[in-house]
Design a binder for this molecule. Structure first.
Ligand SMILES: [Zn+2]
Length: 554
């Protein structure tokens, strides 16, 4: 807990990668997240709509107030021949809040924002842990910033060595450690960051705008969702015991952290996530094999039922191909506590019956190359809620020996990222294709192997609390681009006209709104002074040079 020391009015923006109310609200009801509970009661909150629901686009939109098509960040980096070049601070083209505010003599304290490395000159400080492959220690501006390093264990560094951090946000693609090591690592990184941040927060009461990002929810939700909601997945009881609390405990850790900022009247706290999260089976399909390896991520092989329904014209995805567009969908794979099957959307009985018949035809005729059926015991009901078509998977497909994988990467064990399912073997027959009438599919087109149990979704979170923020109010129609203009407005700063977002006036008290008109300024979209000019080939060198300048590389 903080001693109540006199602070100036300030905004603290806390980013939580992948945080979702789908997990927060049940935990709040159970009394496990007292800080979140207070914030919901004493503040304004609601879902955000994150399109696309991915970190590079959304964190950049949040801090710049512009849409992805305008800021141009669409991945964690780009491929240059055989090298993956991660994006860095120079790729953020529009002015991030820290630059706008620094230019206007506001003091900022920025902590581990995505791509904000190497740290740049700001009016205040900037700390980043990004690019840990280059330095396991935080990099900071100013260089002589006093950082008190919490004591890190030897194991921490050992584990750190097993993860390739060059692709920030893609921890899970580069793991060479056990589940236990991974959980311990990402959790200790979070604790370490929080301690560093609190230290700087306490030492710099004059800062007007703090920003901090935790990547913990995303790092854990991708891998351990199935253990938190085991009834939707085919996971072992033993593992549920071991990993079932991993995600709730991560939120409890963040809840503890939030406690530090709740009581100070001078703090306006804004919590946002870049995107939401959901069980990945929502867009996937029936599970084929459990416990493929002892690491969470490879626990299931999934028949991509929704993909098949899409290919056969019964289901439409959104533009990104990730969410079901229900307005155009007739049938989709659905499951809950008690069933899994195919649901028909039509409310009209005749239409429903017709669609059921058509889909059953597909299920009966989708076969392996050797003529073996994939789905057996197909049953139908005409109920208007629940699954209309139930089926069983051919038990031949429920053995893990059936699937042969092609691995890429150096090692040979299952932690390496496998390319795909190469073929399946049933009674010594090698099968590479799945047939449906005259159409043939490659095995890996319909059967997905590297299945994470949690995936991104477009509903993220926003929670705001402060003396100018409405109490116990829920807000709608919030987009990540709205955060930056809202922060500027709350700091009584003019908003650059190029920003795409709007001030979230609904969340703000009438009193403040009437006293403070929203003011705009025509400002340059790109900051010429701080964005280094980098040629395509020279990119790596330039970054290395900058790191050298800052004293991180020798
Ligand atoms: Zn993610």
């Amino acid at each position: 807990m903080l001693h109540t020391q006199k602070t100036t009015e300030k905004i603290i923006l806390i980013g939580m990668d992948g945080a979702t109310f789908d997990i927060i609200l049940p935990l709040v009801r159970e009394g496990k997240l007292p800080s979140f509970a207070r914030l919901l009661e004493e503040g304004t909150w609601g879902n955000t709509t994150a399109i696309p629901p991915d970190s590079p686009e959304m964190w950049t939109s949040i801090i710049t107030g512009v849409k992805p098509e305008k800021h141009g960040i669409h991945d964690f980096g780009y491929q240059n021949d055989d090298k993956f070049i991660p994006f860095n601070i120079s790729f953020i083209k529009p002015m991030p809040l820290w630059r706008i505010l620094s230019n206007r003599n506001k003091k900022v304290g920025i902590f581990d924002w995505l791509f904000a490395w190497p740290p740049e000159k700001v009016n205040g400080f900037m700390v980043t842990l990004d690019e840990r492959s280059m330095s396991p220690f935080p990099m900071a501006y100013p260089k002589n910033l006093t950082l008190c390093y919490p004591l890190l264990s030897f194991e921490y560094f050992l584990t750190l060595n097993k993860i390739n951090f060059t692709k920030r946000g893609h921890f899970i693609d580069n793991i060479n450690c056990t589940s236990e090591e991974y959980i311990k690592l990402v959790t200790s990184i979070e604790k370490y960051k929080e301690e560093l941040f609190l230290n700087l927060f306490r030492k710099n009461p004059e800062v007007d705008f703090f920003a901090y990002v935790s990547y913990l929810p995303d790092d854990l939700q991708h891998l351990y969702y199935s253990y938190m909601e085991p009834y939707y997945f085919d996971v072992e009881k033993e593992e549920v015991k071991k990993y079932g609390n991993v995600i709730p405990e991560a939120y409890e850790l963040l809840d503890n952290f939030l406690e530090n900022f709740i009581d100070d009247e001078n703090i306006t706290l804004i919590i946002v996530s870049d995107h939401g999260f959901h069980r990945r089976d929502i867009t996937a399909g029936p599970l084929l094999v459990k416990n493929f390896s002892d690491f969470g991520r490879y626990n299931h092989i999934v028949f991509r039922m929704n993909y098949l329904l899409n290919k056969t014209g019964f289901l439409s995805f959104d533009e990104r191909g990730e969410e079901i567009d229900f307005s155009k969908t007739k049938a989709y794979f659905c499951n809950n506590l008690t069933f899994s099957g195919i649901c028909i959307t039509s409310r009209n009985e005749y239409e429903r019956n017709y669609t059921i018949e058509e889909v059953v035809k597909i299920l009966k005729n989708i076969k392996l190359e050797n003529g073996e059926r994939i789905f057996l015991n197909i049953n139908t009901t005409n109920s208007s809620n629940g699954p209309n078509i139930l089926f069983q998977l051919n038990p031949l497909l429920l053995k893990k020996e059936t699937f042969k994988f092609e691995f890429k990467g150096k090692g040979s064990h299952a932690y390496d990222t496998p390319a795909s399912i190469k073929y399946i073997v049933i009674n010594t027959t090698l099968i590479r294709k799945i047939l449906l009438f005259n159409t043939s599919f490659e095995i890996d087109e319909l059967i997905d192997f590297s299945q994470l149990s949690g995936g991104h979704q477009i509903n993220g979170i926003i929670i705001m609390k402060g003396k100018n923020i409405k109490k116990n109010f829920t807000i709608q129609n919030v987009y990540p681009i709205d955060i930056a203009p809202t922060i500027l407005y709350l700091l009584k700063e003019k908003i650059p006209t190029y920003m795409d977002g709007k001030v979230l006036t609904e969340a703000i008290k009438e009193e403040y709104l009437s006293k403070n008109p929203i003011l705009y300024t025509k400002e340059k979209y790109i900051s010429p002074t701080l964005t280094p000019k980098i040629s395509k080939e020279g990119e790596f060198k330039t970054i290395e040079e900058r790191l050298k300048e800052l004293g991180y590389l020798k």
